[in-house]
Design a binder for this molecule. Structure first.
Ligand code: NI
Length: 410
């Protein structure tokens, strides 16, 4: 399958200016981009004339609990401890189909905001995987693992089962491991997860230093010894100890900044300029819809832009959305030959994006990616002009509300 997107305006990478040209997609990958006027059109199976529209790489949301759309708006205005207690109680009532429909709603929200890949940590992750398969987005899924009630081995087993069933599915679904945090997982548990991660050659994701009191609960040296810091997405990192950057700098990691969630739960602001200066790879995540409440990752970028003020430029911000998470996961985040064809077509001629002469800045500082018209993942259109190509969103929303009602009633 060879597709030509012609007459587009494109921002091909985090540091690229918008240029006019063509994007060629073949077998799920970008086969090339060029600026020439006359393409030999006979060689293509599909030709889209996208005059006036802008093509950009798909954004990556590197931390969420996507099915928490079920609890959006339930517990707003609570501080961290009371919020978490309420959520944990509600989560004991969860079941498979509720997670499936909630994941369709959450992924749909991300796609509508120009996001083509996300990292998830939750329960019933098999239902999340089915939702991902059905809507067509790219996903990095983990089963949340805690070590508090003797159920550790069962949870690790479930995570391995999901790995065996879904890892590599259609080249779009990848499964790692999700130890929740060092205060809910013992060092022995982290060691065990790290060993399995290495055997299966995949990734882990873990919440780290989300609250100030976590500094007294565990040390970077001990975490490092468990092996959990290798191939790891470290989430939040709002209250790092002094040796944080020195230790993580020795490992293959990606930090996921979730400023909206941190501010909403009263946990402060991640000191990420220090990370940026030390060359720590950064990305943005929304966290779940119960603590944000939006799954639009562009808003997180906007918050990072505000937090950093004049100490950051649009290229550094776009790198957090595309380049750095893209590199962590492989060849993602650029419109460049050999990269995955995960891209977003937007109408830039909306009030938030003009004047077009400062388009890059307008995108970063508006908190939305213009008006999303089409979304492609792995060479396949999954969203076109307000409609999802693979699912009936109206039916999904109806089912979703039924499950929300059922969860509220019990
Ligand atoms: Ni989280």
């Amino acid at each position: 399958m060879k597709i030509l997107l012609k007459n587009v305006l494109m921002i091909s990478a985090y540091n690229a200016e918008p240029v006019k040209g063509n994007v060629i997609v073949e077998n799920g990958k970008i086969a090339g981009i060029n600026t020439c006027d006359c393409m030999e059109e006979g060689q293509f199976d599909e030709i889209e004339d996208l005059s006036g529209l802008l093509v950009i790489p798909g954004a990556m949301n590197t931390h969420t609990h996507v099915a928490m759309t079920l609890f959006r708006g339930f517990y707003d205005g609570l501080e961290m401890k009371r919020w978490l207690d309420s959520i944990l109680r509600a989560e004991t009532r969860l079941y498979d189909e509720a997670v499936y429909y909630a994941s369709l709603v959450g992924t749909a929200e991300m796609v509508r905001h120009g996001c083509t890949a996300f990292v998830d940590m939750y329960f019933f992750e098999d239902a999340v995987a089915r939702a991902v398969r059905d809507i067509g987005i790219r996903a990095y899924l983990t089963r949340g693992i805690v070590d508090v009630d003797g159920g550790l081995d069962k949870r690790i087993r479930e995570n391995i089962d999901i790995f065996e069933q879904w890892h590599g599915y259609d080249g779009r679904i990848w499964v790692g491991f999700g130890p929740h945090a060092p205060y809910t997982c013992s060092m022995r548990c982290l060691e065990k997860v790290a060993r399995i991660r290495e055997e299966l050659n995949t990734f882990v994701t873990i919440h780290l230093y989300e609250t100030a009191d976590e500094r007294c609960k565990y040390r970077m040296e001990d975490l490092e010894k468990t092996g959990i810091l290798e191939n790891a997405i470290l989430v939040h990192c709002v209250h790092p100890p002094e040796n944080f950057t020195e230790v993580v700098g020795k490992h293959r990691i990606l930090v996921s900044l979730n400023p909206a969630s941190n501010m909403k739960l009263g946990n402060g602001i991640p000191p990420f300029m220090e990370y940026l200066e030390k060359g720590i790879p950064l990305s943005v995540g929304t966290d779940g819809a119960a603590s944000n409440n939006s799954l639009n990752v562009w808003k997180e970028l906007y918050l990072c832009a505000l937090i950093a003020g004049d100490r950051v430029n649009p290229s550094e911000l776009f790198a957090m959305l595309w380049e750095m998470p893209g590199k962590f996961f492989g060849k993602l985040g650029r419109l460049q030959e050999g990269y995955e064809a995960d891209l977003v077509v937007i109408n830039p001629e909306v009030p938030e994006c003009v004047p077009l002469g400062s388009l890059r800045n307008n995108l970063v500082y508006s908190g939305i990616p213009g008006e999303v018209v089409y979304v492609m993942v792995k060479g396949e259109w999954i969203y076109r002009e307000g409609h999802f190509t693979k699912i009936d969103m109206k039916g999904v929303l109806e089912e979703f509300e039924k499950h929300v009602e059922r969860l509220r009633m019990h």
